[in-house]
Design a protein around this ligand. Structure first.
Ligand code: GLA
Ligand code: GLA
Length: 703
């Protein structure tokens, strides 16, 4: 596990580079990422290249025993290029052209931009081929940031028609597949189909799904163009891309197929404000939500397994969320360890120095604008030192797969049926329950081979083909344990309902059908009661879970056939007494179908029952904001709260990475229990690493 940082030498006088780069090495950083957004500096006029500055910076990085990670500069085409070839610019659905003056203003389908991309990528990769100091490349930067996956320009219209013709062959098949008799939406030819522009009422959901798939595929192609050129220049380089957090419009599994490693950019205190379901708590404003960040770690890690990197780690306060509170003391170290617990092999901070100019002046770096250490620097240095002491950590061996499906996300996004129905948030409700028991999770696409997992959780697997239903049935029959969430098996691959009952091709497996569904605002009653009678599912009927639990947003009234009822509605409304959660034994395995969006207590009861049946060892239910992860011989306890925690039964002298200053704790005399020899302490926004796999029965005590 290593650390690194992003550096923009072109923003600073060259006399300062040596000092900056030496200070990076002093902090134990090993990678320096450079050159993204530098097209205008590398090629100030067409055909006039200036590589001198980058040559020198790379040499300095090498001289200090570090490696450079270079980025293709395509996220920011320079003004002369935009003026020469204005068609490269993106268009909004209403035809508004996205102008020069920011970033990501180019279209992925622009034929002109693909030519220019090939030209600049060839040129820069050729320059550094065989350089001993360049480890690999990042393609572009954050594909899709600032709502740029979907563009509506003429190039996109053209490419969309070709994409449709390839997928459907003839137009009648498209009309049939989408169901275009509705509101007279039949097309006579592919030429007639436009990108979905402004309309009086909502768009056809099948057309929206097609456009979402097409737009994502366009980025896949564009990335492949770059990846191929990079490999041609030097086959020893790795090729990666930095994906974004909780990012809905790009299928990261598809892009990753052309990468050697997957990386992403983690900004915990920003994400709980600008892409969060609910209002961030004071602790979350200081450190973020470990499950929100963790699910992205697991999604991107699972896309290729390893190596897996965090390409940008928040270094301190940032500039883009609504509010920018200072992270809690130590949070920049906590985040690095949290990433490591989720499998990261490298964590690079963004950026080195707070910059003096441009849009991101209000964004911290590890160093202040004058080059002196800022809050994140000591944290980063400590994380580097601790990583080095942990030596090699193996990959994450997760017993549970959570199925995450971009197609289902896009389909639900087109018809959420409740303002707050957000696929990602529902996914996090189930994911958080498993993580709340300290169990590691892979976040996988529906096409993944599930046979290696002891249990599978599939919240809102909305689009289900016969083939997927068969694979899930085989998995269960062979002894697998599955937990489905609501709105599963509702649609076919084209986002159309089936004439049969839901969950469609999964009905036999689930042993129950959905009779009715309803979406519910919070002011309607949303409670379920645990069914009476013995449970035969191997779970402990008296596992402490309350007999009543609440849910939110979505309710399905289930008609069990072979399945047994686990929870029924307990509401003042037409659902009262009807089944809400059922379980069905099939072959050697079992399926639980949860027809509601569970609140945390219900999600925990379902998740712990699933883990118990699958024979997966788990921790006591962890407090909110505290998470545990096991990886290659070590157990991380990460604390995203401002409270100091105690770990009864864990000898503080046995920790591989310690946290609280024990003397200070003892001297403070405020925790008789803290001084005990068998109780380790985790400070606020802190982390400890315990030797060995200590997840089973681990207990975390709050003050
Ligand atoms: C993103 C981008 C960076 C920078 C940071 C700011 O992750 O990739 O270029 O804009 O955000 O937080
Ligand atoms: C957006 C992105 C962030 C970051 C900022 C920077 O909000 O979501 O990751 O790139 O822009 O401006």
């Amino acid at each position: 596990m290593r650390t690194g940082v992003c550096y923009f030498p072109e923003h600073w006088p060259s006399e300062e580079w040596e000092r900056d780069i030496a200070a990076m090495a002093d902090a134990g950083l090993e990678y320096v990422r450079m050159a993204e957004f530098s097209w205008g500096v590398l090629e100030p006029e067409r055909g006039e290249f200036d590589f001198g500055w980058l040559d020198e910076a790379i040499e300095l990085v090498g001289d200090h025993g570090m490696e450079a990670v270079l980025c293709t500069p395509t996220a920011t085409p320079p003004k002369w290029l935009v003026d020469e070839r204005p068609s490269i610019r993106q268009e909004e659905p209403d035809g508004t052209v996205r102008q020069h003056g920011s970033r990501r203003h180019y279209c992925f389908n622009s034929t002109a931009y693909r030519e220019e991309t090939a030209r600049i990528v060839e040129r820069v990769t050729e320059r550094y081929a065989d350089s001993p100091h360049v480890a690999g490349w990042q393609t572009d930067n954050e594909f899709g940031c600032h709502r740029t996956v979907r563009c509506y320009c003429d190039d996109c219209a053209e490419a969309f028609r070709t994409w449709l013709a390839d997928r459907y062959g003839d137009i009648d098949r498209l009309n049939e597949a989408w169901g275009n008799a509705f509101w007279s939406q039949q097309y006579g030819s592919f030429e007639e189909v436009d990108p979905p522009g402004p309309t009086p009422a909502e768009h056809h959901p099948s057309r929206l799904l097609a456009y979402a798939r097409f737009a994502s595929d366009s980025v896949v192609e564009y990335n492949r163009l770059q990846a191929d050129l990079i490999r041609e220049a030097d086959p020893n380089w790795f090729v990666t891309h930095n994906f974004m957090g909780r990012f809905p419009t790009l299928n990261a599994y598809d892009v990753s197929a052309d990468l050697d490693r997957v990386a992403w950019d983690s900004y915990p205190t920003g994400f709980v404000q600008d892409r969060y379901d609910g209002e961030a708590s004071p602790d979350q404003l200081r450190a973020g939500d470990p499950d929100q960040v963790g699910m992205d770690h697991d999604l991107y890690r699972s896309a290729l397994d390893r190596p897996f990197w965090v390409m940008e780690q928040q270094p301190g306060d940032v500039n883009w969320p609504p509010h920018c509170p200072q992270p809690g003391e130590g949070a920049m170290r906590l985040w690095a360890h949290h990433a490591a617990a989720h499998g990261a092999d490298a964590v690079l901070y963004f950026r080195w120095r707070r910059c003096l100019e441009g849009q991101e002046q209000y964004h911290a770096g590890l160093r202040k604008a004058d080059g002196s250490p800022d809050r994140g620097y000591a944290d980063a240095a400590r994380a580097s030192e601790e990583f080095a002491a942990l030596d090699s950590a193996d990959h994450v061996d997760a017993p549970v797969a959570v199925v995450f499906d971009y197609d289902s996300l896009w389909a639900l996004d087109a018809q959420p049926h409740a303002p707050e129905f957000d696929y990602w948030a529902l996914q996090e409700a189930f994911y958080g329950a498993v993580r709340g028991r300290g169990v590691q999770v892979d976040v996988v696409p529906p096409s993944a081979d599930l046979s290696g997992y002891a249990a599978v959780v599939a919240p809102a697997l909305h689009l289900v083909t016969e083939d997927l239903a068969d694979r899930l049935t085989d998995y269960v029959a062979g002894g697998g344990e599955v937990l489905f969430g609501p709105r599963t098996g509702v649609k076919d691959a084209e986002n159309k309902l089936r004439p049969t009952s839901q969950p469609g091709p999964l009905t036999d497996l689930v042993g129950a059908a959905v009779d009715q569904h309803e979406s519910l605002p919070r002011r309607l009653e949303t409670a379920v009661r645990r069914a009476d009678g013995p449970t035969d599912d191997g779970s402990d009927a008296d596992d402490g879970a309350a007999p009543s639990a609440s849910f939110r947003t979505w309710a399905e009234w289930l008609d069990p056939d072979a399945a047994e009822v686990r929870y029924t509605y307990e509401v003042d409304g037409p659902a009262d007494g009807r089944p809400a959660v059922v379980a069905n034994a099939v072959g050697d395995g079992r399926v639980t179908y949860c027809g509601v969006w569970p609140d945390p207590d219900l999600a925990d009861a379902l998740a712990s029952a699933l883990l118990g049946r699958a024979g997966i060892r788990y921790a006591d239910r962890l407090p909110d904001g505290v998470r545990v992860g096991y990886r290659g011989g070590h157990t991380w306890v990460t604390n995203f709260t401002g409270d100091r925690l105690r770990l009864p039964g864990i000898d503080p002298d046995s920790l591989a990475v310690d946290d609280a200053d024990r003397d200070a704790v003892d001297a403070a005399g405020d925790g008789g229990e803290d001084s005990r020899a068998d109780t380790a302490v985790v400070g606020s926004y802190g982390v400890v690493v315990i030797e060995g796999d200590r997840v089973d029965g681990l207990r975390v005590a709050q003050p």
